[in-house]
Design a protein around this ligand. Structure first.
Ligand code: 9WN
Length: 441
């Protein structure tokens, strides 16, 4: 069958990007292990080589910090084609950083419990799968505890991202105002490598934005990556609806895992009630008029009213009521979310009606496969079969017609950014196989 052939092609890309202990997101642009990429890739690999998924997740958690943080990059010492380098980060200034491996000094969304559960479900040997769950459960719990404490000292049940890179949606217009407000100083000269490793550099973040990314990194470094000590005076603190709802979804998978391996659920249940109780209050300021979710800027003390894919992703978590989900799904029919006006009916990274919308620019318009995979599963969970199917068909069409790209122009389908991109391949496989593992509630 054509689709099986496409899935096989995807699995070859995953095999090519596999370095023995982890999968690089792409050969050209991203030569290290990235945190949320690894989880998405592990999900796809469960259909072809589940042992690789286990090694991938365990390699990432082997670099977990003593305080529980899972770093967003685990460096491949042999690779020199990415900036910022391990030396630039110098994250071992923190006594929490591991000594046997170099990592970045920040984190990314917690989607690894989702991958762990997929590994269990798709594993042919349940005994081996349970052994893996027993090894990984305490590490996952420690990571989630880190997020619920260090990244939520206000106890709002909402995760603070302290750098756009921590959101995984780095160049989204969500961050624009908060980045503009930064008083940037003392940045040494640095050489970006992303611009030479991508076919069209104009699709990457501009220099002013990159300076701000580097300034925030250096601010963390100045404080030895001690996010507790720096928190009060830190200049960029955003409560993220996507990171928070993904933690909630992951916690739901943790509850399922706890049942399988007979672990205590008390703490997880407590986190869940804190997140759920506050979620709409924190992220949905214009209910009942507007059902979309918006991040909250702790420093400006206001919501960031940009309509992006982050306004929709919480549908994966199961937090919205059915009535609330109905209203979100109705909005997906609108042209601003590619309801009718685009090449494929998938959710673009930024609404077509926002002034920042740019069809080719990194997180500012193009369609990304990972967030659409989350929305696809979320739609399935609520029973919106037809809309879910449109997204799946969109992903298949994009890959079939244009290749395995990092992101795609929503209006033409053209692929941009890195080629042979791992999570595009992995999540396409999962959508084609569609074993229905993604139900988080
Ligand atoms: C910075 C690896 C990562 C993804 C992110 C994506 C991009 C890095 C970059 O690539 O971010 O972490 O250099 O642009 O935005 O989601 O994890 O694929």
């Amino acid at each position: 069958m054509v689709l099986d052939g496409l899935a096989d092609k995807a699995s070859k890309i995953l095999a090519e990007n596999w370095l023995g202990h982890f999968t690089i997101p792409s050969p050209s642009l991203y030569p290290h292990q990235w945190s949320w990429d690894s989880a998405f890739t592990a999900i796809g690999n469960t259909h072809y080589d589940v042992s690789r998924s286990i090694v991938e997740i365990e390699h990432l958690f082997d670099a977990q910090w003593k305080n529980g943080m899972v770093p967003h990059i685990v460096f491949n010492e042999k690779a020199t084609s990415y900036f910022p380098s391990p030396t630039f980060y110098d994250s071992q200034k923190s006594s929490d950083a591991p000594r046997h491996v170099k990592t970045s000094g920040m984190t990314q969304p917690s989607v690894h419990a989702i991958a762990a559960y997929h590994i269990y479900q798709n594993h042919p040997d349940q005994k081996e799968a349970k052994e893996f769950l027993k090894r990984i459960f305490p590490k996952l719990e420690k990571f989630h505890e880190y997020l619920m404490t260090v990244r939520d000292p206000e106890r709002m049940g909402a995760i603070t991202v302290m750098h756009p890179w921590e959101s995984g949606m780095d160049n989204s217009p969500i961050w624009d105002e908060a980045l503009k407000r930064l008083v940037v100083s003392d940045i040494p000269e640095y050489q970006r490598k992303d611009l030479i490793n991508v076919s069209d550099p104009s699709q990457r973040p501009d220099h002013a934005t990159y300076d701000r990314f580097i300034f925030l990194l250096l601010t963390m470094k100045k404080h030895d990556y001690n996010h507790i000590d720096m928190y009060d005076d830190y200049p960029f603190k955003i409560k993220s609806s996507t990171s928070t709802s993904l933690l909630y979804a992951s916690n739901n998978f943790m509850l399922k895992i706890a049942d399988i391996i007979d672990e205590d659920k008390t703490r997880i249940l407590d986190w869940q009630s804190r997140i759920k109780k506050n979620f709409d209050k924190t992220f949905c300021p214009n209910l009942p008029k507007d059902p979309l979710y918006y991040d909250y800027d702790l420093i400006a003390e206001e919501h960031i009213l940009k309509q992006t894919v982050g306004s929709i992703t919480p549908i994966y978590s199961g937090i919205p009521s059915k009535e609330h989900a109905d209203r979100i799904v109705n909005m997906l029919g609108d042209s601003k979310f590619c309801g009718t006006s685009c090449h494929v009916q998938m959710v673009p990274s930024t609404s077509l009606h926002e002034k920042e919308y740019t069809p080719q620019l990194y997180w500012r318009g193009p369609v990304w496969i990972n967030v659409n995979w989350l929305i696809w599963r979320g739609l399935q969970n609520y029973g919106y079969k037809e809309k879910a199917e449109q997204i799946k068909e969109g992903v298949i069409e994009l890959v079939k017609e244009h290749g395995f790209y990092e992101y795609y122009d929503a209006t033409t389908g053209e692929g941009y950014g890195a080629q042979n991109f791992s999570w595009t391949a992995a999540l396409l496989i999962d959508m084609i196989k569609d074993l229905g593992v993604g139900t988080s509630s």
